[in-house]
Design a binder for this molecule. Structure first.
Ligand code: GZL
Ligand code: ZN
Length: 329
């Protein structure tokens, strides 16, 4: 009898242990990874702009189960610390690849070192990182922000010639590659043109709400002779236009010329309407290019270190409703 009781107790203990082990595996902080799929951990900035939403959609459209992927998607709500903890979670989960849209250029060396120590390739999308050692990331796919800003400067030179150009400058998320590039080229152009003046620089953080707030703050100090409002993305332009019109300014012909970067659908419609003078394209549809890099790596080949997407700019004369309707974002 006694032997039976000991056996019973042992079995119960084993079952209990096995059960707990099962529970730990499902502890919840790591999703079950599918063995036969390529697991891609994507660390997105947030959903601050129409551009960002289109960028996320282009990633989700490609990294599907039917295409052979398991997508782990983290939205960092525009905080770098959330991006860093998401990368650490991906490392813990032993993903096959990490795709990072870095919110800012600095602060990445140690976490990218951890990814490399774990043998997980990091692919940068959209913006860049400023790291000591370029081997901390395998490839980068994004826009040439200086080239985008050069299109805006060219347009200003053609439009204003030697006339005075008073500029209100709305910066994007500070220290992001998009902000650094779009700002640097404008500031260099202002240096070159003594008839160009930056009246004020306001931080719009690539959002409509912030741009509206800081623009109202500036306009409430009294009216100024503004010729150009240089908005580093579309959502800032929407906020700026709202504020300008509230303070009695006209946007468009005979009024303030609003320049915007991204050229998403809403922006192109405002450009067709005449409220936005120049829409500089910034292509968010990077999902397929990211997949090409991963497929290159899967084949044991080496992808290009940098891939830049082709971009152009639009004024009212370039646009029709049909053209805008056909665009993917
Ligand atoms: C540009 C991207 C910028 C967009 C903004 O590639 O980093 O961030 O211009 C977005 O709309 O918020
Ligand atoms: Zn004037």
């Amino acid at each position: 009898m006694k032997r039976k009781l000991i056996l019973l107790a042992l079995t119960a203990a084993l079952l209990l242990l096995w059960g707990c082990a099962g529970q730990t595996a499902d502890a919840g902080d790591t999703e079950d990874l599918e063995e036969d799929l390529i697991v891609v951990g994507v660390c997105q900035v947030g959903a601050e702009s129409d551009w960002r939403v289109a960028n996320s959609e282009s990633i989700k459209a490609v990294f599907t189960e039917e295409n052979g992927y398991q997508l782990l998607f983290e939205d960092a709500k525009q905080k770098q610390e959330n991006q860093i903890s998401a990368i650490r979670k991906f490392i813990q989960q032993k993903v096959d690849y990490i795709v990072l849209m870095p919110i800012s250029e600095t602060g990445w060396d140690s976490v990218l070192q951890e990814a490399r120590d774990a043998g997980i390739p990091v692919i940068l999308v959209d913006r860049m990182v400023d790291v000591e050692d370029e081997s901390l990331y395998t490839a980068h796919i994004g826009s040439d922000f200086e080239a985008e800003a050069a299109l805006a400067v060219d347009w200003m030179e053609e439009t204003y010639g030697d006339d005075p150009v008073n500029i209100v400058h709305l910066l994007g998320t500070v220290d992001s590659t998009a902000q650094l590039g779009r700002t640097e080229v404008l500031e260099e152009a202002v240096e070159r043109h003594d008839n160009w003046t930056i009246l004020t620089q306001l931080e719009g953080d690539f959002t409509q709400a912030k741009a509206y707030e800081v623009m109202c703050g500036y306009l409430s100090k009294g009216s100024t002779d503004i010729h150009v409002v240089y908005c580093e993305n579309d959502n800032e332009a929407y906020g700026a236009i709202e504020a300008l019109e509230e303070y009695g300014y006209t946007c468009g012909e005979g009024g303030v010329a609003v320049i915007s970067f991204d050229a998403t659908g809403t922006c192109l419609n405002l450009c067709l309407e005449g409220k936005i003078a120049l829409a500089v394209e910034c292509n968010p549809l990077l999902g397929e290019l990211v997949e090409e890099v991963i497929q290159t790596l899967e084949a044991g080949d080496t992808p290009a270190k940098h891939t830049y997407v082709e971009e152009t700019c639009f004024t009212r004369g370039d646009l029709t409703e049909e053209f805008i309707a056909e665009r993917a974002y």
